[in-house]
Design a binder for this molecule. Structure first.
Ligand SMILES: Cc1ncc(COP(=O)(O)O)c(C=O)c1O
Ligand SMILES: N[C@@H](CCOP(=O)(O)O)C(=O)O
Length: 458
């Protein structure tokens, strides 16, 4: 399988090459040259399989790896999850189901990909005898999942930039309390988009990138997206796919998770529509309403992990909607940077609207959804999942709806307690999280200073 950049001019790479590269050298994101197809029979056969076996069947054709090697890494990745189903589905109401993606080690959906790419990186590094430097940007969950996956690994130095004061206390402590010297939590003065821009700028400085052996663990890395494709299959087949269509609502920020759903759909999984659910940072919802993709500034919300305006994987969706035209994507990305936005052609918008729907939830609506769902179903939602449920409810039909529950409520206790009166408990293995000493470095939003700090610590 070959991978091509969304900007069209970077070298074409195989799976391992694309995974280790992270961002393509022309600033684009890697996508598969073609999307492997699964027949109705292949999909039907998944319905009774354990999660790990579904993961193997879905991911294998993208990787060029042997079945035995990939199977072994998958088994190691998911062995530590706190639920035998890995991604259990619970019913909320007639025709509406919640896919719980928060049973991994750091209690968010990021663990599904991060635990696996931890294994994939380790495997590649031990064969190549190389070292890598990871620099990641996080609004809270990617960073904690990455630090958990890479802590203590000899061949990896892992730097995570998070927006100072804009992640929850639990998220911050998950990043700042691990004692291993190879992980570095950097609290940046700015918001998530500043962190993500700094990471991309480091990749676009080719001399720096090559000197430190830079790689990415954000969903700009194709391997992250691939691992997230699997639970769309596990959920849809347990509701009757391929014999029954489903709709899926995805709480969305950086567009990685919903793009994974698009890949599942393109492989043949009968997902009728993918619904983008945004909080009041609603650039994606506005884009679908107007065809104009334009920044307005990011406001802090009670669903902080989705406080994102430069939604990096939307680039992948644009590339596919423009018939893989890298030059068109390059123009739009340049306009976004220079003018704060761009207008999408009618044809591309029609293509996007045939796949995706959208909606937004205000802060009050998010709180009311947490409260109501607790009262009516007993389910305690995190604020991100509540954004998803609220938007999904506006799109219910005779087609079953799956809403992704992307984080555990205990990661965001303030909003949950205010809405329900209950304090969601952390799992037993984390009960001393607030007693552990923190280790973090406060950094300015200054690219050169960041690069100096990183090189100084290698
Ligand atoms: C809890 C939670 N929900 C939803 C999202 C949005 O996912 P994505 O960035 O893949 O759109 C994030 C961050 O990525 C998150 O951490
Ligand atoms: N919400 C994310 C933001 C980064 O998303 P990613 O999927 O591109 O890593 C976070 O929690 O960090």
């Amino acid at each position: 399988m070959q991978y091509h950049s969304t900007r069209g001019t970077a070298p074409v790479l195989d799976f391992e090459g694309a995974m280790l590269a992270g961002l393509a050298r022309d600033g684009g994101l890697y996508v598969p040259g073609e999307i492997p197809q699964m027949s109705r029979e292949d999909i039907a056969a998944l319905a009774t399989l354990p999660y790990e076996e579904i993961a193997l069947r879905v991911m294998l054709p993208f990787t060029g790896m042997s079945e035995e090697r990939l199977g072994d890494l998958i088994a190691k990745a998911y062995g530590g999850f706190g639920h035998t189903a890995r991604a259990p589905l619970v019913q909320l109401s007639q025709g509406h189901f919640l896919l719980e993606l928060f049973h991994g080690p750091t209690l968010a959906f990021k663990d599904f990909a991060m635990q696996l790419i931890g294994q994939l990186f380790q495997d590649a590094m031990s064969r190549r005898g190389d070292r890598i430097t990871i620099v990641g940007a996080t609004s809270g969950d990617t960073g904690s999942a990455a630090i958990e996956a890479f802590r203590g690994l000899d061949a990896v130095e892992c730097f995570i930039l998070f927006p100072h004061g804009r992640v929850s206390d639990v998220q911050r402590r998950q990043m700042t309390t691990p004692v291993e010297e190879n992980v570095h939590a950097l609290a940046l003065d700015g918001h998530f988009d500043d962190c993500q821009a700094a990471v991309k700028d480091m990749f676009n400085d080719h001399a720096f990138r090559d000197r430190v052996g830079l790689t990415a663990v954000n969903s700009i890395n194709w391997a992250r997206v691939l691992a997230q494709v699997v639970y769309f299959f596990s959920a849809a087949t347990s509701l009757g796919a391929p014999h029954r269509e489903v709709d899926v609502t995805v709480p969305t920020g950086n567009f990685g998770d919903i793009f994974a759903g698009y890949i599942a759909r393109s492989m043949g999984l009968p997902i009728r529509r993918l619904i983008i659910a945004t909080n009041s940072n609603d650039i994606l919802h506005r884009t679908f309403e107007t065809g104009d993709h334009r920044k307005e500034g990011v406001q802090p919300t009670i669903s902080p992990s989705m406080d994102i305006e430069v939604s990096s994987n939307f680039e992948r969706a644009l590339f596919m909607a423009h018939d893989r035209d890298g030059a068109a994507v390059t123009r739009m990305m340049a306009e976004l940077k220079a003018q704060g936005g761009f207008t999408i052609s009618d044809n591309a918008m029609a293509e996007l609207r045939s796949i995706y729907g959208s909606g937004r939830a205000s802060e009050d609506e998010t709180m009311a959804t947490i409260r109501r769902l607790h009262e009516t179903t007993g389910e305690i939602l995190c604020p991100h999942s509540a954004v998803g449920v609220k938007v999904a409810e506006e799109h219910l039909s005779d087609c079953p709806m799956i809403t992704l529950a992307t984080a555990h409520p205990a990661k965001f206790p303030d909003a949950v307690t205010e809405a329900t009166g209950l304090h969601p408990a952390l799992p037993e293995r984390m009960v001393d999280l607030f007693d552990r000493p923190e280790r973090q470095t406060r950094v300015a939003n200054d690219l050169d200073a960041l690069k100096t700090l990183i090189e100084g610590r290698l």
